[in-house]
Each structure stands twice: as structure tokens, then as C-alpha cells.
Ligand binder design. Structure first.
Ligand code: NDP
Length: 244
């Protein structure tokens, strides 16, 4: 069976590192993006130039019809998806009291509904094959509290709940569902915090550095490996010891 993966939010940051890593491991990769068309297309071109297979597809993961169509487009070109990585995400920084209803709903629409949409789109084939792997990117804030990020943390906790329950449901069909909870990873998402805050976060990390997108990409590749086939329903924290 061919190896085809679909990575949501693959245009930048952690998603881009996941795309590169999976391509190096022999996966054809569907690269989903929302706005960063140029970066997604450049990444797909880079992979093709290196002899890999990749296709960039635009879709808002919160839009069920759009993301399902994007997955079908990738499947028509690269084959049925047997590894799905739900990575698309957005950040938040405001007091709960000031959180607008639209922002609360958007957090759940992107993180929880997004995973619901993509998983339902790839499941029929996985169930038919009795094989497949799903990796959801949550956050350490889905496991622990995060002041000024209540909507973000709550929606990331929803992803953990989805992962555990779905893993139980799908294990008899040999489909594994796992979750990664990254710590602070140096991407556009954290650059906005400013140097002082970033330095304080490094201080709080036992490993003495912030994470890199590659740290998360390696964890995704590990969970996707065939010899990880008894690992399901887990939340793998990749944070240099930050929340120990
Ligand atoms: P970035 O902001 O660097 O990148 C976000 C990616 O998600 C982009 O590719 C963006 O696409 C895409 N995206 C956002 N909204 C949508 C949407 N509605 N539909 C499709 N794609 C979308 O973030 P990171 O790489 O840092 O984060 C990746 C994931 O890791 C997120 O889920 C985040 O919550 C999680 N995470 C990150 C941590 C960190 O410290 N960086 C810590 C813990 C978890 P485009 O550019 O095309 O709009």
C-alpha cells in the first residue's frame, strides 16, 4: 500500500517541518493551508524537486465541505490518505472576560471541528483497509491551565478527549489515534510574545531551550511508524520537561 499523508496547516511552522519529515520518510504529502499559498506551493515544489510527491491544497479546516474537497483532491492525485496529521491551529491572548463569542467559537471550529471534519473524510478508506494512523496536535495547555488562553486551552483539551475516545473506538479496526502536546515551540505563533517573555520561557524549561518544529515532526514520525503499532490513545508531551 502506498504511503500518503495529509497535513493540515502545512504551510508554515510545525506543519512545514512535519511535511518535510514525512516526505523524507517516503510519504506523498498533501499540504493544506489557509492563507499562505506561496509558502505552501514553494514547499510542494521543494519536495518535488527532491524527488518526492506533494500537493498544496487550500481549505479552512473549519469548513467541512472545503476541507473534504481538499482531501479528495489530494487522494485523486497521490492516493488514499493513510496518515492524517491535524496540525492547523490559531493562538489567543486575552482575558476570558474579554473573549468575544466569535473567537471562542473559532477556536473550537479550527481545533475540534477541524479534526472532526478531516477524520470523517479519511476514515471510510482506513476502515476499509483496516489500517491507518491519525496524529492530532494539541498543546501542553490542553493538559494544564493557561491564563489568558482559556478558549485555546479548552479547545485543545477537546482534541485530547476526541483522541482518547476515538482511539478506543478504532483500535479493533487497527487504526491508531494519538496526540502530541507540544511545549513552547519557536514558530510565528510564539515570536509575537517578545524576547523578554521568550527568555523567561527558556528559563522555565528544564532542557534549557525552546522546542523546534523538527522536535514535533520527529514525534509525529515516531507515532506513525509501523513498529509503534501498540501505541494508541496517547498524549505524547514534547516540551523539554516544561510541565513536569
Ligand atoms: P503557526 O502560526 O506557525 O502556523 C499555523 C498553521 O496553521 C499555518 O500553516 C496556518 O495556515 C494553519 N492554519 C491556521 N488556521 C487554519 C485553518 N482554519 N485551516 C487551515 N489551516 C490553518 O503555528 P505553529 O506551527 O506554531 O502551530 C501548529 C500547531 O501546533 C497548532 O495547532 C498549535 O496550536 C500547536 N502548538 C504550537 C505551539 C507553539 O509553541 N508554537 C505549542 C503547542 C501547540 P496559513 O499560514 O496558510 O494561514
Amino acid at each position: 500500500m502506498g504511503k500518503t499523508s495529509f497535513v493540515t496547516g502545512g504551510s508554515r511552522g510545525i506543519g512545514r517541518a512535519i511535511v518535510r519529515h514525512l516526505s523524507a520518510e517516503g510519504y506523498a504529502v498533501g499540504i493544506n493551508y489557509l492563507q499562505s499559498r506561496e509558502q505552501a506551493e514553494a514547499l510542494a515544489a521543494e519536495i518535488r524537486q527532491q524527488g518526492g510527491e506533494a500537493m498544496a491544497v487550500q481549505a479552512d479546516v473549519a469548513d467541512r465541505a472545503a476541507v473534504t474537497a481538499a482531501i479528495r483532491k489530494v487522494e485523486a492525485a497521490l492516493g488514499p490518505v493513510n496518515l492524517l496529521v491535524n496540525n492547523a491551529g490559531i493562538a489567543q491572548n486575552d482575558l476570558f472576560q474579554d473573549t468575544p463569542e466569535e473567537l471562542w467559537r473559532r477556536m473550537f471550529a479550527v481545533h475540534a471541528d477541524g479534526a472532526f471534519h478531516t477524520i470523517q473524510a479519511v476514515l471510510p478508506h482506513m476502515l476499509h483497509e483496516k489500517a491507518g494512523c491519525i496524529v492530532n496536535i494539541s498543546s501542553i495547555w490542553g493538559l494544564r491551565g493557561a491564563s489568558c488562553e482559556v478558549a485555546y486551552a479548552a479547545s485543545k483539551a477537546a482534541v485530547i478527549g476526541l483522541t482518547r475516545s476515538l482511539a478506543m473506538e478504532l483500535a479493533p479496526s487497527h487504526i491508531r489515534v494519538n496526540c502530541i502536546a507540544p511545549g513552547v515551540i519557536r514558530t510565528d505563533m510564539v515570536e509575537g510574545l517578545g524576547e523578554e517573555t521568550i527568555a523567561a520561557l527558556v528559563d522555565q524549561t528544564p532542557a534549557g531551550r525552546l522546542g523546534t518544529p523538527e522536535d514535533i515532526a520527529k514525534a509525529v514520525a515516531f507515532l506513525a511508524r509501523e513498529d509503534a503499532d501498540f501505541i494508541t490513545g496517547q498524549v505524547l508531551t514534547v516540551d523539554g520537561g516544561f510541565i513536569l
